[in-house]
Design a binder for this molecule. Structure first.
Ligand code: IPD
Ligand code: CA
Ligand code: CA
Length: 257
């Protein structure tokens, strides 16, 4: 149903990945958008390539991209783009970052791709068609108990303002789960729950471009996504709990729902 959209997203992400890899370990300019929020020439060049590819294929669609903001006419067809998710990792040559492209039709994310160019891992999903890593079907883990679960999280750039509540939640997870990780790219964290490398993930204050693609990949792989209060997920919500489904109630409890 969204064949052309998927193909456009795929080609755009591969091209953006090629651009990002060219800058990897080789950056001339790193700017600060805020106290610890970075932007590099790779973010900007990647976004330029993705936006150009999408605009060429679908000139009437709306684009919401991290660096350039909203572009094009208001439309119920929206592309949500993070040209480089995990910029801090990228700037430190820590090989965990991705291009993330989600597509929304009528307020629902129906297609998404997340590409980690260093590991050459390409996650993708279209509504109703399952989720895939490098063309092979993926599924969430069967881990049924939070004690056996490997969980990931991330921190907002303005963590100074809310460190207590964030540390409280981390403490509860560290005490109950098998392990906690902070990998540094929310789009990949969601894909890792989708293919069972992780059992759950939570974060607050993410942006639509961090989660749009990952959320369809995770739901198509059998996962569950809500906010901290259990409300059904959309990319504009202020908090996210993403799990293999089996540990979702435990995660809700530990997040303080
Ligand atoms: C960030 C990453 C990180 C998450 C931050 C995001 P960026 O995105 O996804 O894992 O913890 O909240 O802002 O800035 O690297 O695109
Ligand atoms: Ca991001
Ligand atoms: Ca980014």
């Amino acid at each position: 149903m969204f064949k052309k959209e998927m193909e456009t997203a795929r080609l755009a992400a591969l091209e953006a990945g090629r651009i990002i890899k060219g800058f990897y370990g080789n950056l001339e300019e790193i700017r600060k958008k805020g106290k610890r929020d970075l932007v590099t020439e790779a973010d900007l060049m990647s976004e330029k390539a993705v936006v150009a590819a999408i605009t060429k294929a679908f000139p009437d669609d709306m684009i919401i991209a991290e660096e350039g903001g909203e572009q094009g006419k208001i439309s119920d067809r929206k592309w949500i783009i993070d040209p480089l998710d995990g910029t801090t990792n990228f700037a430190h040559s820590f090989p965990f970052f991705a291009v993330s492209i989600g597509f929304m039709a009528n307020d629902e994310v129906v297609a998404g791709v997340v590409y980690n160019p260093v590991m050459d891992e390409f996650f993708e999903a279209e509504k109703g068609k399952g989720a895939f890593l490098n063309k092979k079907p993926i599924n969430v883990s069967a881990t049924a108990n939070i004690r056996d679960a490997l969980i990931a999280t991330g921190f907002p750039y303005d963590i100074d303002k809310k460190s207590d509540e964030i540390i409280d939640r981390m403490k509860r997870i560290i005490v109950e789960a098998q392990g906690l990780r902070r990998p540094g790219a929310a789009s990949i964290d969601l894909c890792y729950v989708a293919n069972g490398r992780l059992d759950g993930f939570w974060e607050q204050d993410l942006k639509p471009w961090d989660t749009a693609a990952g959320c369809i990949i995770l739901t198509e792989a059998g996962g569950e996504i809500t906010d901290f209060s259990g409300k059904g997920f959309n990319p504009w919500l202020k908090s996210i709990i993403a799990t293999n489904r089996h540990i979702h109630n435990d995660m809700l409890r530990l997040m303080g729902a």
